[in-house]
Each structure stands twice: as C-alpha cells, then as structure tokens.
Design a protein around this ligand. Sequence first.
Ligand code: S3P
Length: 164
Amino acid sequence: MPAVVLVGPMGAGKSTVGALLASRLGVTLRDTDQDIAAAAGKSVQDIFVDEGEEHFRRVEEEAVAAALAEHDGVVSLGGGAVLADQTRILLKEHTVVYLRVGVADAVKRVGLGSGRPLLLGNVRGRIKALLEERAPIYESVATFVVDTDNRSAEDVADELVEKV
Ligand code: S3P
C-alpha cells in the first residue's frame, strides 16, 4: 500500500497523531526528522546551527525520498519538507493528509520555549508567517485536510482511521 503521509506545520501534531494512527492501523510510523537526526548523529536543531538550513533541506529531500520509497506505513514529514519540488512530485503517489492548525493551537502545542530553529525569537510571529506562507502548499499536496484545532490527537487519529 502507498504510505499515508502526514504534512502540516510545526504544532499540527504530526508526530503524536502519526504514532496513534500507525498503532490503530497496525503499521509502523516513520518520521523523517528522526531519520535525519539518526543519520547525522545529532538533533535537527544542531544540524541547523552547525550546517545551516540549506544543508538541512538537501538532506531532508533525500530522507523523504527514501522514506516514501521504503516505507508503506505512516510517514510524518517535517513542516518544511513540502517546500522541495521533488517531494511534492513524489507525494502524488501517496495518500497525503494535511493536518491543519491555527496559530493559537500551534503555539500552544509547540510551546513558547520551543527549541525549533525556525521559531527562535518570536514563536507566535514566526508560526503565523510560516502558516500563511505554507498553507497553500500543504493544500496543494493534500489528498484531504483534517482540522486539528481544539481537538485531541486521539480524536484526530479516530477520524483518520475512517478516512485513509
Ligand atoms: C521545520 C519543521 C521541523 C523540522 C525543522 C524545520 C520547518 O519539523 O523539520 O525544524 O521548516 O517547518 P516539525 O514540523 O516536525 O516540527
């Protein structure tokens, strides 16, 4: 079966919902941020600091291509993975779920003290800008969209089990 791929911004709940969905479907979850960190032997945050975002994006594109080719369960992508042209093309072969979230819930879930490299400084402002910039891209790759605002990860996973 082609993978079920979760996309959406930081704070959409991709990792949490992905784990619940995989367990309910009886498959495993592959998380591309985890793949990248494991291969580099350091956190995504440290890759951004040491090698820069451009390097991270190149590595991310490869990690996503590998995950989509090798894994037929649930795949969770980092929030910026859909920025890569190649990734958007590969996603056409899969069931892609856009976990939509508004600024308030995203900020709550990420936490104001988030160590995420793209949120340093002004978490709310950065999230708002990223949501505005990327929402059309998430929509363009999505097979369907699921709203996550004011909902638990369990509730979202229940809806997904019915849909995928
Ligand atoms: C990023 C999102 C992060 C991680 C990196 C960049 C982004 O993943 O890949 O910090 O560009 O939105 P999550 O969406 O899983 O937090």
